[in-house]
Design a binder for this molecule. Structure first.
Ligand SMILES: C[S@@+](CC[C@H](N)C(=O)[O-])C[C@H]1O[C@@H](n2cnc3c(N)ncnc32)[C@H](O)[C@@H]1O
Length: 378
């Protein structure tokens, strides 16, 4: 059925998600803040859950009503046909964002919505559904803005950035969908070698390798909607077809040969984490322990992706040390003519200390932290 959908993403990644949705064949694309509205067949939204790299959720709106206070919110939620949306024995959970004049605590909003769903189902069935915040069969997503509540169901039931390959982590990992946005914004086409010399747990290198291999980031994901009472049969059949198609795409790409993807870090823990995560993702990443300041040119010249240390917890002397590191990194990268570099940094000291003029800048939010992605032609 042709209808309206909403895909959420990290703030700043909206233009990239917009492009991804266009490629999927979505129509009526309208970017907002932290998400993109679109229209299309159900199949487009399902495909999005498996194949969108920058999306966090794909949402199916189920209701919109005034909710300036707790009573209005409860009444609006209770009116929806929950018996058609949650089957007997199924679990659910609620997650909310935004606020209204009389509703300023997200947790309270979630509890109020949960109560309305439970009361409505108990009145109809005589039994109350269980709440499972970890792996709900139905995840209800609420957004409050301008006195209105928009309720949706999350087709996947979990954040699409949880790809399942992060088996080991080190400090300050990037969210996978944000790392994918960096890969897209770098304009690397996945045909030349790529290196992340400050790889941490390897997110940028792994997302780059998945992209180059035309692998769907959600290829192994089971979607919550495959169990929903109204749509399960239709969705299971459609997803079987889409998974086969996406598998074929990756196989054709693999047959053409994939470019080398390198990752390094000076920290042994990070090197081990990247190795394990890449193995879990099923991608080939050549991982080594090295100082980024001794980086060697790629052959042929290719793309560098870096999420440099921010140093938000640094003591006074640390800030100076970090500036020196940025400067030395700039000097090292100048020795790599013909390469492209995309550097994500949350530090206001970065650009001047690095000392190379970027050809473009993009603001991207790493959770609550505003970071800047700078693109360089070396
Ligand atoms: C912000 S983290 C990268 C996080 C990564 N993008 C992820 O998703 O896990 C920065 C990394 O830079 C590494 N690093 C710091 N100084 C370095 C140096 N001189 N050479 C190589 N790596 C360095 C740190 O060990 C850390 O893992």
């Amino acid at each position: 059925m042709f209808r309206s959908w909403y895909a959420t993403c990290p703030r700043g990644a909206e233009p990239v998600l917009q492009r991804e949705l266009l490629d999927l064949g979505a129509k009526g694309i309208r970017p907002g803040q932290g998400g993109v509205r679109f229209t299309g067949e159900r199949e487009t939204a399902l495909r999005g859950c498996l194949d969108l790299r920058t999306a966090l959720r794909v949402l199916e709106p189920i209701g919109e009503f005034p909710a300036a206070n707790a009573e209005e919110l409860y009444e609006g939620v209770a009116k929806l046909p929950w018996h058609e949306l949650i089957a007997p024995g199924q679990t659910f959970a609620v997650t909310a964002t935004g606020r209204a004049p009389g509703l300023t605590h997200t947790h309270f909003v979630e509890l109020k919505i949960k109560d309305a769903v439970v009361d409505s189902l108990r009145a109809r069935r005589g039994a109350r559904p269980d709440v499972d915040p970890r792996q709900p069969d139905v995840l209800v997503v609420a957004h409050l803005a301008r006195g209105t509540c928009t309720l949706s169901l999350d087709l996947a039931g979990d954040l699409l950035s949880n790809r399942g390959y992060r088996v080991r982590t080190v400090e300050a990992p990037l969210r996978e969908s944000l790392a994918a946005a960096v890969v897209f914004l770098s304009r690397w086409e996945g045909r030349t070698p790529l290196h992340d010399p400050v790889c941490g747990s390897g997110t940028l290198a792994i997302e780059a390798a998945l992209f180059a291999a035309a692998r769907a980031p959600g290829e192994r994901r089971t979607l919550a909607c495959e169990k929903w009472p109204r749509t399960a049969a239709e969705d299971v059949a459609a997803l079987r077809r889409i998974r086969a198609e996406l598998g074929g795409r990756a196989a054709r790409r693999a047959a053409e040969g994939l470019p080398p993807v390198l990752a390094s870090d000076r920290d042994a823990e990070a090197v081990a984490a990247t190795r394990e995560n890449a193995r879990a993702a099923g991608v080939e990443v050549c991982v080594s322990q090295a100082d980024a300041r001794t980086i060697e040119p790629l052959s042929p010249p290719g793309q560098l992706l870096l999420n440099v240390p921010y140093g938000e917890r640094l003591e006074a002397g640390g800030r100076k040390q970090l500036k020196t590191f940025y400067h030395q990194l700039g000097t090292a990268l100048r020795r790599l003519p013909g390469h492209g570099a995309a550097v994500l940094s949350g530090s206001e000291d970065f650009e001047s200390a690095f000392g190379i003029r970027p050809r473009a800048r993009h603001a991207l939010w790493n959770g609550p932290l505003r970071a800047t992605l700078r693109l360089y032609e070396l």
